[in-house]
Write a protein of this length. Structure first.
Length: 346
């Protein structure tokens, strides 16, 4: 993007350049994280279109995103971090005392990987760069504050402690004086009683009645983490829309250059559903590549009676069939999800 944005001329085009370049630190802050292999690994896929006017000058851009790794919000493997924006926010805690943030080590969603620092990276400086980029793209101070409030609420939500009582050791409870629960509700403007009840109870609706029962600690933890992931996913989607609005200049778009950036095959000690989807997407991309570079070309050679040496290539169709056939992995997952007591063992 820097190369295309650098070929500029007048003042209005310079503003387009600034906006295109400002989108990078924003997307890195909310979509990149430290992994064991890369200190700044993108944890989502994106397809970027650089738009050009009839004179082939850059006139805007747009972005579509795929497969955000939401599980990273609540869990990180050893040696890895959560998304950069959370650490930037903690580094700037003194600038926003109303968020009641603390050092990153104090938050459950940030300290699981045991590697909170990145050599050569100043999170406070990065936070200021992120704020400047948001301002460049037209995100108002009020919108930025709301964004940081939601992020802080996610961190406090991860610290809400789920316990059991002496009378009922099987069920989950949240103490009424839980500091982090109070902070979450204060930041989001919601009822503490309602959130506590939502996190520890489940509703089962039948044709004639609704049964409300208390969950065990494990299920309540799943509910808490699911809420955190949903909040982050919605915030991510909102910010992508804000970036796209800023990059849409309204000029006539005659041509575009598209760039697909998606992570490659991944395998970790613990692989989540996101890794499955990532690897499935890569299998489909590999099949598309094989089809166009090998199979279709060789079919064309046969049709045109061109002499060539046959090139053997691995056909990954059996792997794809294993995933997407009528009795494949996806179908089995769907079936298990419909079972009331569905589990990994099922």
């Amino acid at each position: 993007m820097r190369y295309f944005a650098a070929v500029r001329g007048n003042v209005s085009e310079t503003q387009v350049e600034r906006k295109v370049l400002a989108s990078s630190p924003i997307m890195e802050a909310i979509g990149n994280a430290k992994t064991t292999r890369n200190d700044n690994s993108s944890r989502f896929g994106k397809f970027i279109e650089i738009h050009f006017d009839p004179e082939y000058r850059i006139c805007g851009a747009s972005m579509r995103t795929y497969l955000l790794e939401k599980s990273r919000v609540t869990y990180q493997s050893a040696g890895e971090r959560n998304y950069h924006i959370f650490y930037q926010l903690c580094a700037a805690a003194r600038q926003m005392p109303d968020l009641k943030l603390d050092h990153q080590d104090c938050f459950h969603y940030l300290n699981q990987g045991g590697s909170p620092e990145i050599d050569g990276v100043n999170d406070l400086k990065a936070f200021n760069e992120t704020k400047n980029a948001l301002t460049t793209l037209g995100v108002t101070e009020s919108e930025q504050q709301n964004m940081f409030t939601v992020l802080a609420a996610i961190l406090h939500l991860g610290n809400v402690e789920l316990t059991s009582s002496e009378e009922d050791a099987e069920s989950a409870y949240i103490e009424s004086d839980d500091t982090h629960l109070k902070t979450v509700c204060s930041l989001l403007g919601i009822s503490k009683l309602e959130l506590s009840r939502w996190l520890t109870h489940r509703r089962i609706a039948s044709a004639h009645e609704v049964i409300v029962s208390r969950m065990d600690i494990q299920r309540a933890a799943f509910a808490r983490d699911a809420l955190a992931k949903r909040m982050y996913g919605e915030l991510f989607a909102w910010l992508v829309q804000a970036v796209n609005r800023a990059l849409d200049t309204g000029h006539a778009k005659k041509h575009f250059i598209g760039v697909l950036d998606i992570y490659g095959f991944e395998t970790f000690e613990i692989n989540s559903f996101e890794q499955f989807c990532i690897n499935y997407a890569n299998e489909k991309l590999q099949q598309q590549f094989n089809s166009h570079v090998f199979k279709l070309e060789q079919d064309e050679y046969i049709k045109e009676e061109i002499s060539w040496k046959m090139i053997d290539f691995y056909d990954n169709q059996p792997c794809i069939d294993l995933i997407e056939d009528r009795l494949g992995v996806l179908a089995l997952l769907d079936e298990e999800c419909r079972v009331p007591q569905g589990s990994d063992q099922g």
